[in-house]
Design a protein around this ligand. Structure first.
Ligand SMILES: [Zn+2]
Length: 292
């Protein structure tokens, strides 16, 4: 059992907390509690700082090593000894940008699966830009524009993003829960963390996410690359926030007007149906994403 309690898995908004150093060396510091995301699922690790006894240790990397969470200190920074109480802080700008980007990729993934039946074969993200690879045989005319428009429709309706853990068997009973072409959940994982963009996309996922799609921002599909037979790479950029549904009538002036005429703001009614009925379910997609 790992030493560190992973606070970010319980509360993705947490940025500061108190902890006790369990072990420390130049290769890494182990805390009893930490909110540093160690990287994984394409999401890079957090950066931040530990503050203790009037000094600071800058954290430039975090990673899992033999099950333990190691916080990597910047070269030359002072190291707290075991037993020291520290104040930990995750760099908010970077983490929040990565959360928006990660959630944006799930929206992309949900849209491409729903509308084109394609599964993910790879991906990577940086702050507010990302790429995702799909096993898509053919690229229909207008694909790039169509994906971008459908993604932004999903962002604008402000779908909740809910994270929960389920026992492995129960999780794998959910249809299409594995959205990668191969199941990357290790055999020994007993509880599977599920990230659910309610009404659009459910995936087994260990990353950190924003609370609803309106917190992602606009998605631009920058490029669609053909990387070989059935191998398409989509590059996206995340822009400013869409005005949230709750913000109807009180929309900030700095937010640009939506591209379409504004519809009346009646939460729930109409919008979801409209989005879902825009295109039919992917043909032949069912069953392609079983836990394999
Ligand atoms: Zn993910």
């Amino acid at each position: 059992m790992a030493t560190t309690h992973r606070l970010e898995l319980d509360d993705q908004t947490l940025r500061e907390w108190d902890a006790v150093v369990v072990a420390a060396g130049p290769d890494g510091i182990i805390l009893d509690r930490s909110a540093f995301y160690p990287g994984g699922g394409g999401q890079p690790p957090d950066h931040g700082v530990l503050i203790w006894d009037g000094v600071q240790t800058r954290i430039v990397d975090a990673r899992k090593d033999d099950g333990e969470l190691l916080l990597v200190p910047r070269d030359g920074d002072p190291l707290p000894v075991a037993g020291t109480t520290v104040r930990g802080a995750v760099e908010d700008g970077r983490r929040t940008a990565l959360m928006r980007t990660h959630s944006g990729l799930h929206v992309l993934c949900g849209v491409v699966f729903r509308d084109f039946g394609a599964l993910v074969t790879g991906g990577n993200m940086d702050e507010l830009s990302a790429r995702m690879d799909f096993n898509l045989e053919a690229v229909p005319p207008g694909f790039k524009e169509s994906v971008e428009e459908a993604c932004n429709a999903e962002l604008r309706v402000d779908r909740k993003i809910v994270v929960r853990s389920l026992p492995r068997a129960e999780a794998f009973d959910i249809p299409d829960i594995i959205r990668t072409a191969t199941n990357l959940v290790p055999d020994d994982v007993k509880d599977v963390r599920i990230v659910d963009i309610v009404g659009l996309d459910q995936q087994a996922d260990g990353g950190t996410h924003v609370a609803s799609t309106a917190a992602v921002g606009r998605i631009s599909v920058v490029k669609v690359e053909n990387k070989g037979k059935g191998f398409r790479r989509l590059r996206i950029a995340i822009g400013d926030l869409w005005a949230s549904r709750a913000g109807c009538g009180q929309r900030s002036r700095s937010w640009p007007a939506p591209a379409r005429p504004t519809r009346t703001c009646s939460p729930g009614a109409g919008r979801r149906d409209r989005c879902w009925s825009r295109r039919s379910r992917p043909r032949g997609a069912a069953g392609r994403a079983g836990p394999g």
